[in-house]
Design a protein around this ligand. Sequence first.
Ligand SMILES: *Cc1c(COP(=O)(O)O)cnc(C)c1O
Length: 448
Amino acid sequence: MVLLKSIPKVDKFVSNKAFEGLSASLITSISKSVIQTLRKDILDNKIDSFEENDLILKVKEEYQKIVDPSLQKVINATGVIVHTNLGRSLIDEKAFNRAKTVATSYNNLEYNLEEGKRGERYSHISKVICEVLNCEDVLIVNNNASAVFLILNTFAKNKEVVVSRGELVEIGGSFRVPDVMSSSGAFLKEIGTTNKTHLRDYENAINENTSMLMKVHKSNYSIEGFSSEVAFEDIVKLANNNDIIDYYDMGSGHLVDLPYGLNTSEPSVLKYMEHKPSLLSFSGDKLLGSVQAGIIVGKKKYIEQLKRNQLLRMLRVDKLTLAILEENIKSILLGQIDDIPTLKMLFKSTDELKENANKLQESIKEFCKTEIIETKTVIGGGTTPNRKIPTIALSIEFKNYKPNKIETLFRAKNIIGRIENEKFLLDFRTVQKNEIKLIEETMKEICK
Ligand SMILES: *Cc1c(COP(=O)(O)O)cnc(C)c1O
């Protein structure tokens, strides 16, 4: 086998000038694997010749694949504001810069600057959140799924938790209420039916082993027609009367009034706080528009019990999360909604969206055939189930390409649009102002 003999030796191969300036250990490890594959292909008679130059190119290509950032910026032109696959909520640059200052220096994360001794990680945020929400105390964990898990594990391990059959939901990414409950050690006590649950169903389910009445926001589905559910305030009352805990997993929740009449399909955290619940939890990066986190608010005695659970150590958040969240909640407290990108996008008028679409259409009219379309989009992220909001999109056509071919071309440039009625659309609801120039350049390149 002459060919086998001509396979380069790894140590000689990696000393090739072509690899100068690159990490020697990474080049060696990739080269070993490329040469091994080559040997196997020769033995399997898959190839009958090879060029050393092609091997070098192959190694460099693999090297680049590892070294180039995999997680990268994309332009979200889908119109879905809280897009779970595209990173959910954007973080405002000012809030991010605050976090940068904190994280790139030592900080008082667990240090009380006034007293010169150990401080509490969650104290930084409790004042500002409880000012907004009128709560006794707050706890921040990794995400809302962690919040649900921590609450069930703390108060309901080996005990029963009462939940309506209409609320045993699965949310994208494998969060299923019955499964989370069994992993936490709690026993699910299902009550009612899929479409109707009454207060008497809750009453009848309570026994000496009941720890909690839990309500779950349906998030990504809705029940219409002959249906009813029990108001959370009645659940709170019933729990109080029986000396057990009431808990509402709100999913997204929202802290400011929503436009387009959306308040009716997504619970307002502030409104539910008026009922003085034991515990509520919601996500940091859904309609709150901040960083990934789970926010637990409620009565101080329960929050303190949660803090004593060893599990919290596994679910706790980093300084980056706390710094960003603190900044965003402050913006809400001060009414600076424009500092929260998710809310800013949601509140944008269609006139403003149309203006942006018009400008782009004008600047590329010699290159691409486009049409401005008034249509609808959704918020996404398991919020406001089945509710649509108005939006403006630009449909793009050229060379008789099918819409999915156009979609692929844009996606190759990290611009993610959507296809609707056999047309490829760029939806302006989620396009940021500073991205329009980039879209313009890409369109000129693609359509020419
Ligand atoms: C989204 C959601 C969760 C999970 O929240 P994450 O922040 O994604 O962990 C849990 N419960 C409900 C009802 C939700 O909508």
